[in-house]
Design a protein around this ligand. Structure first.
Ligand SMILES: [Fe+2]
Ligand SMILES: [Fe+2]
Length: 178
């Protein structure tokens, strides 16, 4: 059976691939600003704009109904990490602007924020996959999983846009051989 938790785990596969691209760019020490700008858009529109929106607007509220509050415990931690992630992305974006204006030292801050985001999201995804989603699988009935999946489908209404994000991530992954 396809479930809401499997749908979210599938997003994680693509997000982790994007993180591998980020790690590869940091390792190379040689930034391709165009690629970094593309990554910022992919995080803001796909990882945060779509995936985190599915979690925050539908999935976490469904867990709340099952006795997992959003102001403490694992869900609160996940929400806090989403917001930390947004701060790292802002750090990347702000410093890319400074770098483009000629401030060479901004490069270090770009890489520092990219590494911070990569580490945060890698751990975040592991916690969701291994702990939170497994708790959700135990707590949600089949029909509740299905209802959530239907709502995710509405959030993903533009299938072309979704496939476009995934294709762009795959192109970057191919380019960086990750
Ligand atoms: Fe999350
Ligand atoms: Fe997630």
């Amino acid at each position: 059976m396809n479930t809401a938790t499997k749908n979210l785990e599938n997003d994680h596969v693509h997000i982790l691939k994007l993180i591998d691209v980020m790690k590869s760019i940091v390792r190379s020490g040689n930034p391709d600003v165009e690629h970094i700008e593309k990554i910022i858009v992919l995080i803001r529109e796909y990882a945060d704009g779509l995936h985190h929106a599915k979690e925050e607007e539908y999935f976490f509220p469904a867990l709340k109904e099952k006795g997992f509050p959003s102001d403490r415990g694992p869900v609160a931690m996940m929400l806090h990490e989403h917001s930390q992630g947004r701060n790292f992305v802002k750090g990347i974006a702000d410093n890319v602007e400074l770098f483009k204006q000629g401030k060479e030292s901004a490069l270090e801050d770009i890489f520092r924020n990219m590494s911070g985001y990569s580490e945060l999201l890698t751990n975040h995804i592991a916690k969701e996959n291994n702990v939170l989603f497994r708790m959700a699988d135990n707590a949600l009935t089949d029909s509740e999983q299905k209802n959530l999946l239907d709502m995710f489908g509405k959030a993903e209404r533009d299938g072309n846009q979704l496939n476009g994000f995934i294709a762009q991530i795959n192109d970057l992954a191919k380019h960086y051989n990750v």
